[in-house]
Ligand binder design. Structure first.
Ligand code: MN
Length: 236
């Protein structure tokens, strides 16, 4: 068969490093869960009751690979005066499917990473008020710094553990994965009712309370117990 010819080179495959492995994890889509910690729902003005989870997406090109214990740089994004952090557990899938049971959802988990769902909050707020899509607030360049993946073989399936974000050494967000409104397997199962999931899909599982903004020159430190942590410096 003839090799496909493109009019210009397609973009590179986006991947995440896998801890203690030479191989990389090819990223397909990034799904994000909104409002998955009760205290964050309250601060965003929502009822913290267990409403069904809702989802939005970020483009995989927004990933900034952020090595464990390393320092990455991201540029303060255009178009905003309210650039906010959201530290989140990222779940990486190595299996897919539709309408997955919670057992099948659990079996689909390849591993976990630490992620930042960086947000142009002012643009997201305007979009919400006008009933417009969220992409400009959520799915922009460098909006998803992420650590390498720790595999299920390495750390098991995690349901609890400290999740924390610091700015210049001061703790801003601090919670526990056990406070997730919808557990990881519940999220995967629900998501698979809406989309056929595929190997390589990532799910950002939502942020705990006390989101806030960062400025040029500040350093964010994101960490999750048993996964790891990384730092991101905001540059011009
Ligand atoms: Mn988020």
């Amino acid at each position: 068969m003839l090799r496909q010819e493109f009019v210009f080179l397609p973009r590179d495959v986006v991947s995440l490093d896998i801890d203690q492995s030479e191989k990389e994890f090819p990223v397909n889509r990034i799904f994000c869960v909104g409002r998955n910690y009760a205290e964050h729902s309250k601060e965003m003005g929502d009822d913290p009751e267990r409403d069904p989870p809702f989802f939005f997406c970020k483009d995989s090109s927004s990933i900034v690979k952020s090595p464990f214990d390393g320092v990455s740089e991201v540029s303060y994004p255009s178009g905003t005066n309210q650039y906010e952090y959201e530290v989140e557990l990222v779940v990486a899938l190595s299996k897919g499917g539709k309408n997955l049971s919670e057992a099948s959802a659990s079996d689909a988990i390849f591993g976990y990473a630490v992620g930042l769902d960086m947000t142009r909050r002012d643009l997201q707020t305007q979009a919400k008020e006008k009933g417009r899509p969220w992409e400009v607030g959520k799915s922009f360049d460098q909006s998803a710094p992420m650590s390498p993946i720790k595999t299920v073989q390495q750390i098991g399936r995690i349901n609890k553990g400290n999740i924390e974000l610091k700015v210049d050494g001061v703790t801003k967000q601090k919670s526990d994965l056990s406070c997730l409104t919808w557990s990881v397997v519940e999220v995967i199962s629900r998501l698979s009712n809406l989309f056929e999931l595929h190997p390589g899909d990532l799910i950002m599982t939502g942020t705990p309370e006390n989101v806030g903004s960062v400025e040029v020159g500040e350093m964010m430190s994101a960490s999750i117990e048993s996964v790891g942590g990384f730092q991101v410096k905001i540059i011009k």
